[in-house]
Design a protein around this ligand. Structure first.
Ligand code: ATP
Ligand code: MG
Length: 280
C-alpha cells in the first residue's frame, strides 16, 4: 500500500539539513535504517515525483510548463539514484543530463518573473544548487572521486544518502571526507507520529483508534514493538490488518482463525497471531 506523503518531524529535519547543505555549498551525508523514509523525503524535497517524468519526457510545450518551472525553481535540486554497479561515464552523463534540463526549467521561471531578460542564453546549470544521490553505497571509489571533482569545479552542493555506516565508509576517502560539511541521521517515527499514522489508517478503514481503550492500546503497543516506527514495516502490516478486519467466518468454516494467505500474496510482517518483525 502506498499512502499519501505525511510531513513527519524527520522530514522537517531532513528539509532543514538539505537547506543547510545547499546554503553552505558543501557535501552532506544522510544515513538511516532501511525503510525509515529517506528516499521519500529526498524526492519530496526535490519535487521529484512531479519533475522527473516531466524532465524525462521533455516533450512539446504545454500549459503545464509554468507549473513545472516554478516547482524546479523552488527546489533547485536534482535527485539521482545510481544503477547497481554504475558505469562511471554514464553516471557523469546522467547527472549532467538532469542538471542541465532542470537548469533550463529554472531559467525559464526566472525569465517568466522578469529576473532574466534579453535573448542571451547563459549556462543554465548555474541555477541548480543541490544534487542528492540516493543509494550512495553503490558508488565505487572512482565514482566518489568523480563527484568530488565535480564538487570542486562547480561548488554544486551534494547530499549522499545511504544506510547506517556509510559515513564510516567515507572515512577511507580522506579527500572526500575532508569536504563533508554535515552528517544527518534519519530516524524512525516516534511514538506520537506512529499513533498519528495508525490513526489515519484506522480512519481510512472507517474505524477510530482510541489509545485510552485497553485493547486498542495493546494493539498499538504490539505494532510499536513490531515496527519500531519503521515506515516500511508499518506499510507491510496494513494489508494484514485489513485482511483480519475483513475476515468473516463462513457458515461452512468451523475454524476461528482467519484464512491462510494465498501462496502468491507477499510475505507479511505478521503471520496469524505469531508476530515476526522482518527487516531487510
Ligand atoms: N513521509 C512519508 N509518508 C508516507 N509514507 C512514507 C513516508 N516516508 C516513507 N514512507 C513509506 O515508507 C516506505 C519506505 O520509505 P523509503 O523508501 O523512503 O525508505 P528508505 O529509508 O529510503 O529505505 P531504503 O534504505 O531501503 O532505501 C515507502 O514505501 C513509503 O511509501
Ligand atoms: Mg531509499
Amino acid at each position: 500500500m502506498t499512502q499519501a506523503f505525511i510531513i513527519t518531524k524527520e522530514h522537517r529535519r531532513f528539509t532543514e539539513f538539505a537547506n543547510a547543505v545547499r546554503a553552505e555549498q558543501t557535501i552532506g551525508i544522510c544515513h538511516g535504517d532501511a525503510g525509515v523514509g529517506k528516499t521519500n523525503s529526498a524526492r519530496r524535497y526535490a519535487n521529484w515525483d512531479a519533475l522527473e517524468p516531466y524532465l524525462d519526457t521533455w516533450g512539446p510545450r504545454s500549459d503545464d510548463d509554468a507549473k513545472h518551472y516554478a516547482l524546479a525553481n523552488r527546489a533547485r535540486t536534482v535527485f539521482y539514484t545510481p544503477e547497481v554497479l554504475p558505469r562511471h561515464r554514464e553516471l557523469v552523463r546522467d547527472i549532467d543530463h538532469w542538471v542541465s534540463r532542470l537548469g533550463v526549467c529554472i531559467e525559464e521561471h526566472q525569465r517568466a518573473i522578469g529576473k532574466v531578460t534579453g535573448t542571451h542564453v547563459g549556462d543554465a546549470t548555474r541555477w541548480v544548487e543541490l544534487l542528492i544521490v540516493d543509494e550512495a553505497e553503490r558508488l565505487t571509489p572512482t565514482a566518489l572521486e568523480m563527484l568530488r571533482d565535480r564538487y570542486d569545479r562547480t561548488q554544486l552542493a551534494i547530499i549522499l544518502i545511504g544506510m547506517p555506516g556509510i559515513d564510516q565508509r567515507f572515512r577511507h576517502y580522506p579527500q572526500l571526507y575532508s569536504r563533508l560539511g554535515f552528517s544527518h541521521r534519519y530516524r524512525a517515527l516516534g511514538r506520537d507520529e506512529l499513533l498519528f499514522v495508525l490513526d489515519r489508517h484506522w480512519k481510512h478503514l472507517g474505524r477510530t483508534l482510541n489509545p485510552d481503550d485497553f485493547t486498542d492500546a495493546q494493539a498499538v503497543a504490539a505494532i510499536e514493538r513490531i515496527t519500531r516506527g519503521n515506515f516500511r514495516l508499518l506499510e507491510r502490516l496494513f494489508p494484514q490488518i485489513n485482511r483480519v478486519l475483513n475476515w468473516r467466518p463462513s457458515p461452512t468454516t468451523s475454524s476461528k482463525q482467519p484464512p491462510a494467505r494465498s501462496s502468491s500474496a507477499p510475505k507479511p510482517a505478521i503471520e496469524g497471531s505469531q508476530y515476526a518483525a522482518t527487516d531487510r
